[in-house]
Design a protein around this ligand. Structure first.
Ligand code: NAP
Ligand code: ZN
Ligand code: ZN
Length: 348
C-alpha cells in the first residue's frame, strides 16, 4: 500500500488516497519517492482539460528517490541508488521510434500517469505517492549531491522538455534563443540555453519576474505585452521555445524569427491557439514546430549535463496537503519557479 494524493473527479480538490503498486517484477525496481515536482500538466490532467482522465487520478512525473527493492534480473541499479523517473514508464519497445531510442514519440508510450497498464486500477498512477515500481530501462541515474535532490526533481520533466528542443535546434554559441513564459519549464529553459552558450532572451507577462530572470541566466528580459520592446527584436531569433500553458497570439513571436528560424511550442494549452499568420511564415521560410519531453537516453544526458554544470531548479518545497493552494498559485503565475512536494508529508 502507498499513501498518495489525487483527484476523485475533475472538479474536486486533490485529497489523501491509498493506492497499490504491482509486485516488483524481474526487471523492475521499486523506488521510495523522496520528492515529486508539480508540473502544469498535472493540473491539465487532474482537471481533465485534455479530456480522457480516469479517476481517481494520482498525478506527478518529476520523481526522485532511492531504490528500495530490485528484481532478480535488474543490472543497472542496486538498492540505495539515487534515481529519477520522468514522464515515461514504458513504451512498445519495437516500433521505429523505440528502435531509434526516441520512445517519447512511440505511439504506445506509457506515461507515468493516466496511461493503460495491466496493473490495478488499469491505468498508471504518478508520483504524488510514497513509492513506484518501474522497469529499470525507464529509470534515470542521478549524479547530483543528495542535498540537491528536491531541486533535481523538476529536471525530470521541466528540464528535459526544454533541453530537448534546445539541443534539436542547436542552441549554442552564436545563436539567439528566446524562452517564452518564465514558469517551471521556462526558468529551466533559460538556465539550460545559457549553459549551452546561447544568447538568451526571456519573454514574460509578469513585470515582477523581470529582474530575477536575469539572474537565471537571461541576457535580456522582454515584457511580451510591450509592443515597442517586442519590435526591437524583429527578425533576430534563431529559435524561440514557447512554454506558455494558455492559448495566445503566436504571430508576435514568429515575427521575431530570422529567416529559417523556428518557434517551437512545448506548452500544451487546453484550448487551441488562434491560427498563425501564414504570410509571416512564408516570407522568411519560418517554422512553427512542437516538441514532446525527451527520450530516456536524452533525459540521462540532460541530468548528466546539469550535474556537470551544477544546474538545478529554483523550487518552493511544499507539504502534500498544500497542493491545492499550490495549483491556484501556479494558475496565477505566482511561483518562482517550481513547487516540489516533500513526499514524507503524504502520511500527515
Ligand atoms: P507553469 O509553471 O504554470 O508556467 C507557465 C508560464 O506561462 C507562466 O508562469 C507564465 O509565465 C506563462 N503564462 C503566460 N500567460 C499565461 C496564462 N494565461 N496561463 C498560464 N500561463 C501563462 O507551467 P509549466 O509547468 O512550465 O508548463 C507549461 C506548459 O507546458 C503546460 O501547458 C504543460 O502542460 C506543458 N508541458 C508540455 C510538455 C511537452 O512535452 N511538450 C512537457 C511538460 C509540460 P510568465 O509569468 O513569465 O508570463
Ligand atoms: Zn510535466
Ligand atoms: Zn514504440
Amino acid at each position: 500500500m502507498s499513501h498518495a494524493y489525487g483527484a476523485i473527479i475533475a472538479t474536486s480538490p486533490l485529497e489523501k488516497l491509498t493506492i497499490q503498486r504491482r509486485a516488483v517484477g524481474q526487471h523492475d525496481i521499486k523506488i521510495d519517492i523522496a520528492y515529486c515536482g508539480v508540473c502544469h500538466s498535472d493540473i491539465h490532467q487532474v482537471r481533465s482539460e485534455w479530456e480522457g482522465t480516469q479517476y481517481p487520478c494520482v498525478p506527478g512525473h518529476e520523481i526522485v528517490g532511492r531504490v528500495s527493492e530490485i528484481g532478480e534480473h535488474v543490472s543497472k541499479f542496486k538498492i540505495g541508488d539515487l534515481v529519477g523517473v520522468g514522464c515515461i514508464v514504458d513504451s512498445c519497445r519495437h516500433c521505429a521510434d523505440c528502435e531509434e531510442g526516441l520512445e517519447n514519440y512511440c505511439d504506445n508510450m506509457i506515461g507515468t500517469y493516466n496511461f493503460p497498464t495491466p496493473d490495478a486500477p488499469g491505468y498508471t498512477l504518478g508520483g504524488y505517492s510514497q513509492n513506484i515500481v518501474v522497469n529499470e530501462n525507464y529509470v534515470l541515474k542521478i549524479k547530483h549531491n543528495e542535498q540537491q535532490l528536491a531541486e533535481v526533481a523538476p529536471l525530470l520533466c521541466a528540464g528535459i522538455t526544454t533541453y530537448s528542443p534546445l539541443r534539436h535546434w542547436s542552441a549554442g554559441p552564436g545563436k539567439k534563443v528566446g524562452i517564452v513564459g518564465i514558469g517551471g519549464l521556462g526558468h529551466m529553459g533559460i538556465k539550460l540555453a545559457h549553459a549551452m552558450g546561447a544568447y538568451v532572451v526571456a519573454f514574460t507577462t509578469s513585470k515582477s519576474k523581470k529582474q530575477e530572470a536575469l539572474s537565471l541566466g537571461a541576457n535580456e528580459v522582454v515584457i511580451s505585452k510591450d509592443v515597442n520592446e517586442m519590435a526591437t527584436h524583429q527578425r533576430s531569433f534563431d529559435l524561440i521555445v514557447n512554454t506558455v500553458a494558455a492559448s495566445h497570439n503566436l504571430d508576435i513571436y514568429t515575427q521575431l524569427l530570422k529567416r529559417d528560424g523556428t518557434l517551437t511550442l512545448v506548452g500544451a494549452p487546453a484550448s487551441p491557439h488562434q491560427s498563425p499568420n501564414v504570410m509571416n511564415l512564408i516570407m522568411k521560410r519560418r517554422s512553427i514546430a512542437g516538441s514532446m519531453i525527451g527520450s530516456i537516453a536524452e533525459t540521462q544526458e540532460m541530468l548528466d549535463f546539469c550535474a556537470e554544470h551544477n544546474i538545478v531548479a529554483d523550487i518552493e518545497l511544499i507539504a502534500a496537503n498544500e497542493i491545492n493552494t499550490a495549483y491556484e498559485r501556479m494558475l496565477k503565475g505566482d511561483i518562482k519557479y517550481r513547487f516540489v512536494i516533500d513526499n514524507q508529508t503524504l502520511t500527515e
